[in-house]
Structure formats: structure tokens, C-alpha cells
Design a protein around this ligand. Structure first.
Ligand code: MRU
Length: 358
């Protein structure tokens, strides 16, 4: 994606180090950060400087390659780092998929592979994920086009969290069809849930849409149900951190409430995700570890003042707070899953076609 006329990925490799666009500082500061150690990588993952399921997968792959290099091919030490990396955030399956892709490549090679081959393998993983997102855009675009052909007026789309370019390396999942529709001059308006407490919607999705010159309105999360009930929203598109065997979707906290409201009001609700987000080894949403984050993120809001990030308390520190980062949307609320292969009504078909081979 372009920012100020320059093409960027949100995470990339400058061998042997990893570069990221620091998502914790956006939209006020555009900073490229270089990660040179595994501790720096883990800090960035935990503090959401790099975030979003596919981007976590990519950094998972890059960081195991970096560990192998830093540990000079010592497999035991690389395994230790691999375990630490995969445990740094528990919910998005992509982090584990990306890290495992590289660790198993190293571990299963007859001889310890050379550094360049390992880095190239990690770059292949990145390319595969980014290609998948591009295809998700093509497939999801058809939904928007169909609505426009019936309506012949601006298509209103609601999104939650950030499932865009930043979250995926490029293109996005839920945002990829929106970017394509805009390119093909379909009139769209995007309602962006601000996504409390860390505001991935109002900080990141809005920043991306602004760069792409797409019309949008940021809404407080509790406005979504109202807009859905008033039939103002034509389509809801969200991403996913994990999709399990029975079709339940684990995504940013608040997704469940949006899906519930969409189901009640008969508004189409679609989940966009690459096959790497599907976890066929887990039966249902309740079996997934939901990350509970520090309550400080609820207690304080952050912003920028005189070019510096500041946080202020919004209620007394003696009050209790609770901060689950993800929720579970039952399969029955979901109209379809937009993948790089096709749009599917049921996960069982995806499992049948791709569950074993990829
Ligand atoms: O806590 P975050 O910001 O990493 O949560 C991200 C989400 O919930 C996204 O919707 C999901 O990873 C899909 S990104 C394409």
C-alpha cells in the first residue's frame, strides 16, 4: 500500500533483521522500526506494534529465521526462541503457523540449511500470505458488486477492528474487497467501529481508508447495533484471529455483538480470512485461549500531545476493570467465509477441500 507516494509492506525483512511499521504510534506518527533481537520482536508483538493475524504469521516466520541466524544454527536455542515467540500472543493461530512453517523447515532438513535458504523460505511464506489477501479482495469484491447492482446507490459497509494492509503485510482481509471496490469506482461508505479499548478502528482502519481516499465515518462501538437495526448497513466485513472446525470465529472483542445484531436484523455478516487462519484441530470457539490483556488499556486512553504519546486516566485507579481482547462468534451468525479460494457458506466444505493438503 502507498503512503505519501511510496509503496510499503507493513512488515518486511532486511536480512537478517525485521522492519515493521510501528502500529502503536499511528495515526499520529509514521515510524519504521528495526527489530534486531528476539526480545525486541516479542516486545513489539505484545505491545501491538505489529498486530493482526496474517502480519503476526509473517513476523512469526521472519523471527524464527532471525533466531536461527542469531543463534548460529543452534537448533536447541532456536527452538527455545520459537516457543517464546509462539506464546507471546495466544489467540491468533497465524503466529504459530508462520513460526512453525520455518521451524519445521529447519528441523526437518537433512542437514542444517544455510541462512539464506531459511530467509528465502520465510519470504516465500510472506508472499503466500500476501497473495492470499489479494485473492480475498477479488472474491469479496463480488459481494459488494452484487449489492451495488441491486441497490444502485452507495454501498454502506461496517467494519470492526483493523483487518487491513497493516494487519496483513499488504491488501488486508476484510478491507481488501473494499479497496478493490473503490478502485473499480463502486460508491462505498465505510462505517468504522472505533474498537475500544485500543482503537484499532479509529486509529488504523481510518488511517488506511484516509490514505486510500475512501469515504468513511468513525463510530463509537455502541452505535453499530443502531445502524444495523435501521438498515443503514448493507454488509458487514470482519477479519479473524482464528476460525475453528465448527465454523466459530474468534476475532477482536465486540465482533460477537455486531454479528448478533446482524443476525437479528438479517444483515449479511461475512468473515474474510486466509486458509492459514483456519484451525481444524480445534473443535469449537470455547476451546480457544482468549487473550486477557492488562486492564490499564481500559483505564487509560492514549493520544498525542506536542508530538509525544501521552495517556490519561478515564476513571479512578481504585475501580476494577476487565480487558478480554477477543470474543467468539458462533458459526450460525455467519453468512460466509471469504478465503483466497472462494466464498464458502460452511467451514465443513473448506475442511473437506483444504483441511489436509495445506
Ligand atoms: O489485538 P489485535 O489488534 O491484534 O486484533 C486483531 C484482530 O482482531 C483482527 O480483526 C484480526 O487479527 C484479523 S486481521 C486481518
Amino acid at each position: 500500500m502507498k503512503f505519501k507516494e511510496k509503496e510499503y509492506l507493513s512488515v518486511w525483512l532486511e536480512k537478517p533483521y525485521i522492519k515493521i511499521i510501528n502500529q502503536a504510534l499511528l495515526p499520529f506518527k509514521f515510524q519504521i522500526k528495526t527489530l534486531k533481537t528476539i526480545n525486541e520482536v516479542i516486545y513489539s508483538i505484545k505491545n501491538l506494534e505489529v498486530r493482526g493475524a496474517p502480519a503476526l504469521g509473517i513476523i512469526g516466520a521472519f523471527s524464527v529465521a532471525l533466531s536461527y541466524y542469531l543463534n548460529n544454527k543452534n537448533l536447541k536455542k532456536t527452538y527455545f526462541d520459537y516457543s517464546k515467540i509462539t506464546q507471546s500472543r495466544p489467540t491468533a493461530i497465524n503466529l504459530k503457523v508462520g513460526a512453525h512453517y520455518i521451524f519445521s523447515y529447519i528441523n526437518n532438513s537433512k542437514q542444517l540449511p544455510n541462512f539464506n535458504d531459511v530467509f528465502e523460505k520465510a519470504i516465500n511464506f510472506q508472499e503466500k500470505e500476501i497473495n492470499a489477501c489479494k485473492k480475498i479482495g477479488d472474491n469479496g469484491f463480488n459481494l459488494i458488486k452484487e449489492i451495488y447492482e441491486n441497490k444502485r446507490k452507495t454501498v454502506n459497509i461496517l467494519v470492526h477492528c483493523n483487518a487491513g494492509w497493516l494487519a496483513c503485510g499488504n491488501y488486508g482481509t476484510a478491507l481488501a474487497p473494499i479497496y478493490l471496490a473503490n478502485k473499480k469506482q463502486i460508491p462505498i461508505h465505510v462505517f468504522v467501529d472505533e474498537t475500544r479499548p485500543l482503537n484499532q478502528g479509529s486509529r488504523l482502519t481510518a488511517w488506511e481508508l484516509h490514505n486510500e481516499k475512501i469515504n468513511f465515518s468513525i463510530i463509537p462501538d455502541n452505535n453499530a447495533g443502531f445502524l444495523i437495526s435501521k438498515k443503514i448497513i448493507d454488509l458487514i466485513l470482519v477479519g479473524a484471529d482464528r476460525i475453528v472446525k465448527n465454523g466459530d470465529v474468534i476475532n477482536k472483542i465486540g465482533t460477537y455483538m455486531v454479528a448478533l445484531s446482524a443476525y437479528h436484523n438479517n444483515v449479511p455478516f461475512y468473515v474474510a480470512a486466509p486458509l492459514s487462519t483456519f484451525d481444524f484441530n480445534t473443535n469449537c470457539g470455547d476451546d480457544v485461549t482468549i487473550e486477557i490483556r492488562n486492564s490499564i488499556e481500559v483505564r487509560k486512553i492514549s493520544g498525542f500531545y506536542k508530538n509525544k504519546k501521552i495517556s490519561i486516566s478515564i476513571f479512578p485507579s481504585t475501580y476494577n476493570a476487565y480487558n478480554a481482547a477477543f470474543d467468539i462468534t458462533p458459526a450460525k451468525f455467519i453468512n460466509g467465509y471469504i478465503t483466497e479460494k472462494n466464498i464458502y457458506r460452511h467451514v465443513s466444505k473448506i475442511l473437506k477441500d483444504y483441511g489436509k493438503s495445506e
